[in-house]
Design a protein. Structure first.
Ligand SMILES: [Zn+2]
Ligand SMILES: [Zn+2]
Length: 327
Protein backbone atom coordinates (compact mmCIF):
# COMPACT_ATOMS: atom_id res chain seq x y z
CA UNK A 1 0.00 0.00 0.00
CA UNK A 2 0.98 3.63 -0.39
CA UNK A 3 0.49 6.36 2.18
CA UNK A 4 1.36 9.92 3.11
CA UNK A 5 3.15 9.50 6.43
CA UNK A 6 4.25 11.89 9.19
CA UNK A 7 7.63 10.96 10.74
CA UNK A 8 8.11 14.06 12.84
CA UNK A 9 5.80 16.98 13.75
CA UNK A 10 6.36 20.18 11.79
CA UNK A 11 7.82 18.32 8.80
CA UNK A 12 5.98 17.54 5.54
CA UNK A 13 4.21 14.22 5.09
CA UNK A 14 6.20 11.77 2.97
CA UNK A 15 4.95 9.43 0.25
CA UNK A 16 5.84 5.91 1.41
CA UNK A 17 5.20 2.33 0.37
CA UNK A 18 4.26 0.10 3.33
CA UNK A 19 3.33 -3.58 3.62
CA UNK A 20 -0.41 -4.15 3.14
CA UNK A 21 -1.92 -4.16 6.66
CA UNK A 22 -3.68 -7.35 7.72
CA UNK A 23 -6.93 -7.15 9.68
CA UNK A 24 -6.71 -8.75 13.14
CA UNK A 25 -9.64 -10.33 14.99
CA UNK A 26 -12.67 -8.03 14.86
CA UNK A 27 -11.04 -5.80 12.25
CA UNK A 28 -11.66 -4.95 8.63
CA UNK A 29 -9.30 -3.81 5.92
CA UNK A 30 -10.66 -1.03 3.74
CA UNK A 31 -9.61 0.12 0.29
CA UNK A 32 -9.82 3.89 0.66
CA UNK A 33 -12.06 5.70 -1.82
CA UNK A 34 -11.71 9.17 -0.29
CA UNK A 35 -10.40 10.73 2.91
CA UNK A 36 -11.34 14.17 4.15
CA UNK A 37 -8.74 16.60 5.46
CA UNK A 38 -9.71 17.79 8.93
CA UNK A 39 -8.25 20.65 10.95
CA UNK A 40 -7.27 18.05 13.55
CA UNK A 41 -4.86 16.58 10.96
CA UNK A 42 -3.25 20.00 10.79
CA UNK A 43 -2.94 20.03 14.60
CA UNK A 44 -1.24 16.60 14.43
CA UNK A 45 1.17 17.71 11.70
CA UNK A 46 1.88 21.04 13.41
CA UNK A 47 2.57 19.38 16.78
CA UNK A 48 -0.35 21.08 18.60
CA UNK A 49 -1.51 17.58 19.60
CA UNK A 50 1.44 16.12 21.38
CA UNK A 51 0.97 12.34 21.52
CA UNK A 52 0.78 10.96 17.97
CA UNK A 53 1.98 7.36 17.46
CA UNK A 54 4.86 8.22 15.13
CA UNK A 55 5.34 7.49 12.32
CA UNK A 56 1.64 8.01 11.66
CA UNK A 57 -0.60 8.06 8.61
CA UNK A 58 -3.14 10.86 9.33
CA UNK A 59 -6.76 10.98 8.19
CA UNK A 60 -10.02 10.13 9.97
CA UNK A 61 -12.77 10.97 7.48
CA UNK A 62 -12.43 7.77 5.50
CA UNK A 63 -14.89 6.34 3.01
CA UNK A 64 -13.96 3.08 1.35
CA UNK A 65 -14.86 -0.54 0.72
CA UNK A 66 -14.13 -3.54 2.87
CA UNK A 67 -11.60 -5.73 1.04
CA UNK A 68 -10.59 -8.16 3.81
CA UNK A 69 -12.13 -9.17 7.13
CA UNK A 70 -10.55 -10.54 10.27
CA UNK A 71 -11.78 -13.38 12.46
CA UNK A 72 -15.12 -12.83 14.15
CA UNK A 73 -16.41 -10.05 11.89
CA UNK A 74 -19.98 -10.93 10.99
CA UNK A 75 -21.80 -7.64 10.44
CA UNK A 76 -19.75 -6.30 7.50
CA UNK A 77 -19.13 -7.95 4.17
CA UNK A 78 -16.39 -7.76 1.56
CA UNK A 79 -17.27 -5.03 -0.93
CA UNK A 80 -19.50 -3.13 1.51
CA UNK A 81 -18.97 0.63 1.71
CA UNK A 82 -18.05 1.93 5.16
CA UNK A 83 -17.01 5.14 6.87
CA UNK A 84 -14.20 5.25 9.42
CA UNK A 85 -14.22 8.13 11.92
CA UNK A 86 -11.82 9.60 14.49
CA UNK A 87 -12.95 7.26 17.31
CA UNK A 88 -11.14 4.06 16.38
CA UNK A 89 -11.46 2.02 19.56
CA UNK A 90 -12.50 2.31 23.20
CA UNK A 91 -11.71 0.05 26.16
CA UNK A 92 -15.32 -0.75 27.04
CA UNK A 93 -14.73 -0.93 30.79
CA UNK A 94 -13.44 2.40 32.15
CA UNK A 95 -15.64 4.77 34.16
CA UNK A 96 -16.63 6.68 31.01
CA UNK A 97 -17.31 3.64 28.84
CA UNK A 98 -19.48 2.28 31.68
CA UNK A 99 -21.48 5.53 31.74
CA UNK A 100 -22.07 5.48 27.98
CA UNK A 101 -19.60 8.32 27.45
CA UNK A 102 -17.21 6.41 25.23
CA UNK A 103 -16.07 9.67 23.66
CA UNK A 104 -14.21 10.30 26.94
CA UNK A 105 -12.72 6.76 27.24
CA UNK A 106 -9.48 6.63 29.25
CA UNK A 107 -7.84 4.18 26.83
CA UNK A 108 -9.01 5.07 23.34
CA UNK A 109 -7.43 4.76 19.91
CA UNK A 110 -7.91 7.59 17.46
CA UNK A 111 -7.75 7.05 13.73
CA UNK A 112 -4.92 8.97 12.11
CA UNK A 113 -3.44 9.96 15.49
CA UNK A 114 -2.73 6.90 17.61
CA UNK A 115 -3.40 4.37 14.84
CA UNK A 116 -2.89 4.72 11.10
CA UNK A 117 -5.61 6.51 9.17
CA UNK A 118 -6.82 7.23 5.68
CA UNK A 119 -4.14 9.27 3.91
CA UNK A 120 -3.41 5.96 2.20
CA UNK A 121 -4.62 3.50 -0.38
CA UNK A 122 -5.79 1.13 2.35
CA UNK A 123 -6.27 1.05 6.10
CA UNK A 124 -7.42 -1.23 8.91
CA UNK A 125 -10.19 -0.44 11.41
CA UNK A 126 -12.18 -2.10 14.17
CA UNK A 127 -15.39 -3.32 12.54
CA UNK A 128 -17.54 -2.15 15.46
CA UNK A 129 -16.34 1.44 15.05
CA UNK A 130 -16.94 1.66 11.29
CA UNK A 131 -20.28 2.90 9.94
CA UNK A 132 -22.07 1.27 7.00
CA UNK A 133 -22.46 4.07 4.42
CA UNK A 134 -24.94 2.55 1.97
CA UNK A 135 -24.73 3.21 -1.76
CA UNK A 136 -26.22 6.69 -1.99
CA UNK A 137 -23.81 9.56 -2.76
CA UNK A 138 -20.19 9.46 -3.86
CA UNK A 139 -17.20 8.80 -1.61
CA UNK A 140 -15.81 12.34 -1.91
CA UNK A 141 -19.07 14.07 -0.91
CA UNK A 142 -19.60 11.72 2.03
CA UNK A 143 -16.08 11.93 3.51
CA UNK A 144 -16.51 15.31 5.28
CA UNK A 145 -19.59 13.99 7.11
CA UNK A 146 -17.34 11.64 9.11
CA UNK A 147 -15.75 14.32 11.25
CA UNK A 148 -16.83 17.81 10.22
CA UNK A 149 -20.39 16.46 10.15
CA UNK A 150 -20.22 14.24 13.23
CA UNK A 151 -18.39 16.66 15.52
CA UNK A 152 -20.58 19.47 14.22
CA UNK A 153 -23.64 17.39 15.06
CA UNK A 154 -22.39 16.63 18.57
CA UNK A 155 -21.60 20.32 19.10
CA UNK A 156 -25.05 21.31 17.93
CA UNK A 157 -26.69 18.78 20.25
CA UNK A 158 -24.89 20.49 23.17
CA UNK A 159 -25.91 23.99 22.08
CA UNK A 160 -29.56 23.80 23.18
CA UNK A 161 -32.70 24.27 21.11
CA UNK A 162 -32.64 28.04 20.68
CA UNK A 163 -33.58 29.54 17.35
CA UNK A 164 -30.65 31.84 16.67
CA UNK A 165 -27.31 30.03 16.48
CA UNK A 166 -23.94 31.66 15.84
CA UNK A 167 -21.17 29.71 14.08
CA UNK A 168 -17.62 30.99 14.50
CA UNK A 169 -15.36 29.82 11.68
CA UNK A 170 -17.31 28.92 8.57
CA UNK A 171 -15.32 25.93 7.27
CA UNK A 172 -16.07 22.25 6.77
CA UNK A 173 -18.09 21.70 9.97
CA UNK A 174 -20.07 24.95 9.86
CA UNK A 175 -21.04 24.55 6.20
CA UNK A 176 -22.64 21.20 7.10
CA UNK A 177 -24.23 22.33 10.37
CA UNK A 178 -25.70 25.43 8.70
CA UNK A 179 -27.69 23.06 6.48
CA UNK A 180 -28.86 21.08 9.51
CA UNK A 181 -29.97 24.29 11.26
CA UNK A 182 -31.89 25.54 8.22
CA UNK A 183 -33.60 22.13 7.91
CA UNK A 184 -34.59 22.39 11.58
CA UNK A 185 -36.08 25.83 10.89
CA UNK A 186 -33.44 27.69 12.90
CA UNK A 187 -31.43 30.80 12.02
CA UNK A 188 -27.72 30.79 11.20
CA UNK A 189 -25.41 33.66 12.11
CA UNK A 190 -21.98 33.14 10.52
CA UNK A 191 -18.83 34.76 11.90
CA UNK A 192 -15.65 34.74 9.81
CA UNK A 193 -12.23 36.33 9.93
CA UNK A 194 -12.89 40.09 9.71
CA UNK A 195 -12.93 41.16 6.07
CA UNK A 196 -13.37 37.65 4.64
CA UNK A 197 -16.34 38.66 2.49
CA UNK A 198 -15.91 35.60 0.23
CA UNK A 199 -16.62 33.18 3.11
CA UNK A 200 -19.45 35.43 4.36
CA UNK A 201 -20.99 35.16 0.89
CA UNK A 202 -20.56 31.37 1.01
CA UNK A 203 -22.40 31.32 4.36
CA UNK A 204 -25.27 33.39 2.93
CA UNK A 205 -25.48 31.01 -0.04
CA UNK A 206 -26.14 28.22 2.49
CA UNK A 207 -28.96 30.15 4.10
CA UNK A 208 -27.23 32.19 6.82
CA UNK A 209 -29.52 34.98 7.95
CA UNK A 210 -26.53 37.15 8.80
CA UNK A 211 -22.80 36.88 8.09
CA UNK A 212 -20.05 39.16 9.29
CA UNK A 213 -16.66 39.43 10.93
CA UNK A 214 -15.95 37.87 14.33
CA UNK A 215 -15.31 41.43 15.58
CA UNK A 216 -18.89 42.44 14.76
CA UNK A 217 -22.09 42.21 16.80
CA UNK A 218 -25.00 40.43 15.09
CA UNK A 219 -28.25 42.42 14.75
CA UNK A 220 -29.72 40.62 17.80
CA UNK A 221 -28.38 38.60 20.73
CA UNK A 222 -28.16 34.87 19.95
CA UNK A 223 -29.45 31.73 21.72
CA UNK A 224 -26.18 29.79 21.31
CA UNK A 225 -22.79 29.98 19.66
CA UNK A 226 -20.49 27.22 18.43
CA UNK A 227 -16.80 27.95 17.93
CA UNK A 228 -15.23 25.84 15.18
CA UNK A 229 -12.12 27.96 14.61
CA UNK A 230 -9.10 27.14 16.87
CA UNK A 231 -8.80 30.74 17.99
CA UNK A 232 -8.92 31.50 21.74
CA UNK A 233 -9.98 35.18 21.47
CA UNK A 234 -13.23 34.00 19.84
CA UNK A 235 -14.44 32.68 23.22
CA UNK A 236 -14.92 36.08 24.90
CA UNK A 237 -16.23 37.40 21.56
CA UNK A 238 -18.88 34.67 21.48
CA UNK A 239 -19.86 35.20 25.14
CA UNK A 240 -20.72 38.78 24.21
CA UNK A 241 -23.20 37.77 21.49
CA UNK A 242 -25.22 35.15 23.43
CA UNK A 243 -28.06 36.19 25.68
CA UNK A 244 -28.40 35.28 29.38
CA UNK A 245 -28.76 31.56 30.19
CA UNK A 246 -27.23 30.47 26.87
CA UNK A 247 -24.22 28.43 25.88
CA UNK A 248 -21.01 28.80 23.97
CA UNK A 249 -19.79 25.44 22.67
CA UNK A 250 -16.10 24.95 21.81
CA UNK A 251 -16.03 22.29 19.09
CA UNK A 252 -12.32 22.02 18.37
CA UNK A 253 -9.71 19.66 19.80
CA UNK A 254 -7.23 22.50 20.18
CA UNK A 255 -7.51 26.23 20.68
CA UNK A 256 -4.92 28.97 20.99
CA UNK A 257 -4.71 30.67 24.38
CA UNK A 258 -7.93 32.27 25.60
CA UNK A 259 -7.34 35.86 26.71
CA UNK A 260 -8.50 37.02 30.15
CA UNK A 261 -12.00 38.45 30.11
CA UNK A 262 -14.27 40.29 32.48
CA UNK A 263 -16.66 38.13 34.54
CA UNK A 264 -19.69 40.16 33.49
CA UNK A 265 -19.75 38.57 29.99
CA UNK A 266 -20.05 35.11 31.59
CA UNK A 267 -22.44 36.14 34.35
CA UNK A 268 -26.16 35.73 33.72
CA UNK A 269 -25.83 31.93 33.77
CA UNK A 270 -24.05 31.81 30.46
CA UNK A 271 -22.16 28.54 30.03
CA UNK A 272 -19.00 27.45 28.24
CA UNK A 273 -18.67 23.79 27.25
CA UNK A 274 -16.23 21.82 25.11
CA UNK A 275 -16.91 18.88 22.83
CA UNK A 276 -14.51 15.95 22.80
CA UNK A 277 -14.47 13.24 20.14
CA UNK A 278 -17.68 11.38 19.29
CA UNK A 279 -19.70 8.39 20.38
CA UNK A 280 -20.83 5.75 17.92
CA UNK A 281 -24.38 6.81 18.73
CA UNK A 282 -23.59 10.32 17.40
CA UNK A 283 -22.47 8.68 14.17
CA UNK A 284 -25.55 6.49 13.81
CA UNK A 285 -27.88 9.46 14.47
CA UNK A 286 -26.17 11.90 12.17
CA UNK A 287 -25.43 9.56 9.26
CA UNK A 288 -29.05 8.42 9.16
CA UNK A 289 -30.26 12.03 9.26
CA UNK A 290 -27.86 13.43 6.63
CA UNK A 291 -29.61 11.93 3.58
CA UNK A 292 -33.04 13.03 4.88
CA UNK A 293 -31.75 16.60 5.20
CA UNK A 294 -30.14 16.32 1.77
CA UNK A 295 -26.84 17.74 2.99
CA UNK A 296 -24.61 18.80 0.12
CA UNK A 297 -20.95 19.14 0.96
CA UNK A 298 -18.73 21.60 -0.91
CA UNK A 299 -15.42 19.85 -1.57
CA UNK A 300 -12.06 20.50 -3.19
CA UNK A 301 -10.31 17.27 -4.17
CA UNK A 302 -6.58 16.61 -4.19
CA UNK A 303 -4.69 13.49 -5.26
CA UNK A 304 -3.34 11.64 -2.20
CA UNK A 305 0.22 12.64 -3.12
CA UNK A 306 -0.77 16.30 -2.71
CA UNK A 307 -1.82 15.95 0.95
CA UNK A 308 0.74 18.57 2.02
CA UNK A 309 -0.76 21.06 -0.42
CA UNK A 310 -4.28 20.31 0.89
CA UNK A 311 -3.13 20.87 4.50
CA UNK A 312 -1.44 24.12 3.55
CA UNK A 313 -4.54 25.35 1.71
CA UNK A 314 -6.62 24.50 4.81
CA UNK A 315 -4.17 26.39 7.01
CA UNK A 316 -4.59 29.49 4.84
CA UNK A 317 -8.33 29.15 4.21
CA UNK A 318 -7.88 28.86 0.44
CA UNK A 319 -11.06 26.87 -0.27
CA UNK A 320 -14.71 26.89 0.80
CA UNK A 321 -16.06 23.79 2.57
CA UNK A 322 -13.79 20.75 2.89
CA UNK A 323 -10.68 19.30 1.24
CA UNK A 324 -10.77 15.62 0.32
CA UNK A 325 -7.88 13.35 -0.73
CA UNK A 326 -8.44 10.74 -3.41
CA UNK A 327 -5.91 7.90 -3.71
ZN1 LIG B 1 -13.06 3.23 28.14
ZN1 LIG C 1 -11.65 15.66 12.49
Amino acid sequence: MFAMQLSKPRTPLEWVELPDPQPGPGQIRVKVGACGVCRTDLHVVDGDLTHPALPIVPGHEIVGRVDAIGAGVTDLKIGERVGIPWLGHTCGHCLYCDEGKENLCDHPLFTGYTRNGGYATMTVADAHYAFPMGEEGDDVSLAPLLCAGLIGWRSLSHAGNGKKVGLYGFGAAAHIIAQVLRWQGREVYAFTTPGDTKTQEFARSLGAKWAGGSDEMPPELLDAAIIFAPVGPLLPAALKVVRKGCRVVCAGIHMSEIPAFSYDILWGEREIVSIANLTRQDGIEFLSLAPKIGIKTTTTTYPLKKANEALDDLRHGRFDGAAVLVP
